[in-house]
Design a protein around this ligand. Structure first.
Ligand SMILES: [Fe+2]
Length: 121
């Protein structure tokens, strides 16, 4: 499903593959082909803890703004906002009991747009 105002209003899940030019992924980096390694959020899972890392420099003019962790049906498990003076863009979340299925890790760069890593738990 493409991102449309109606889909967002209905909070239906979004097909990341149909969002070229809006959402960037490791497999669909679009114009940011050379930016994958420093923008697609890296996901590490230890038990019920999920850690998101964007391996990106943090400077006053260019930095990672925010992470979120979202379920396929749009429940936001957690989010963290970063500022340019943060040393790194790393956030951790505890999964609610019984969480299973597809999750989306998001990372937003102030210059290189919105990135999503889809993964399963
Ligand atoms: Fe960037």
């Amino acid at each position: 499903m493409a991102i449309t105002p109606a889909a967002l209003a209905a909070k239906k899940s979004v097909d990341v593959d149909s969002t070229k030019g809006i959402i960037y992924t490791k497999d669909e980096p679009g114009m940011w082909d050379e930016k994958v390694g420093s923008h697609a959020p890296i996901v590490e899972i230890e038990g019920n803890k999920v850690t998101l890392t964007t391996d990106h420099p943090m400077s006053e003019r260019h930095y990672i703004v925010r992470h979120t962790l979202v379920t396929a049906d749009g429940q936001v498990i957690g989010s963290e906002t970063f500022y340019s003076n943060y040393p790194e863009a790393v956030s951790s979340y505890e999964l609610p009991a019984g969480t299973k299925g597809t999750l989306y890790a998001t990372s937003f760069c102030n210059k290189h747009d919105f990135w999503v890593t889809e993964f399963e738990v």
